[in-house]
Design a protein around this ligand. Sequence first.
Ligand SMILES: Nc1ncnc2c1ncn2[C@@H]1O[C@H](COP(=O)(O)OP(=O)(O)OP(=O)(O)O)[C@@H](O)[C@H]1O
Ligand SMILES: [Mg+2]
Length: 210
Amino acid sequence: MAEVPGQFAGRDGDAGRDRAVRLPPRRFSFVGRTADLAEVAARLGRYRVVTLTGVGGVGKTALAIETAWTEVSAARAELACYVDLVPCRTEEQVVAALVEAVGIRGAEAAAGLDAVAEAVSGRRSLLVIDNCEHVLEPARRACGQLAGRAADLRVLATSRIPLDIEPECVWRVQPMAVPRRGRPSGCDGGGDAVPGPGRHGWGDGAGRAR
Ligand SMILES: Nc1ncnc2c1ncn2[C@@H]1O[C@H](COP(=O)(O)OP(=O)(O)OP(=O)(O)O)[C@@H](O)[C@H]1O
Ligand SMILES: [Mg+2]
């Protein structure tokens, strides 16, 4: 695999420098969402796939990127990669986007998801897959396959529609509360975690993180 060293320094300084970080730059403008950040991080410790859902513009992408940087800064992720599926229309394009996102180049790229699974295996990896609703079925399959094959991988997906795959924990991103008089500024709307549709809970450990 083509290893790509950390490209961006995180907001907290040098935390991401020596790790393989392929994330959009961290935004200094990110505000609030303290509870969401903590809850999503906790779920990433327990579930292989966490999906941020919510209406358009509610802040799924911003929360996903901030969460990923937090995971890197806290050394809970040694490899962190981001892919936006908006340009994708087909399964082949989804796989190609994932291949590129983890930094695979040249002949190895032909191995598709096999190469991605290998690239993210053997170290704590976090893959942010943004805007899955644009190509829901291919995104579902890719997330499911990767989560099933790479035990050290966590997938943080954003999608207006839950992926509805077995190891999924859905986190609903709520609109941020508008600060009111007498209430501290920076309050956030919080969220609620719900099991994947039709699932009989995660208590049996299936799909759970190790
Ligand atoms: N916590 C935040 N602090 C500052 N800006 C934010 C925050 N959350 C969202 N934003 C800003 O609000 C806008 C919409 O957020 P974002 O793109 O994350 O929404 P989204 O839910 O991913 O939308 P879509 O479903 O269209 O992809 C962006 O400009 C983003 O930078
Ligand atoms: Mg988005």
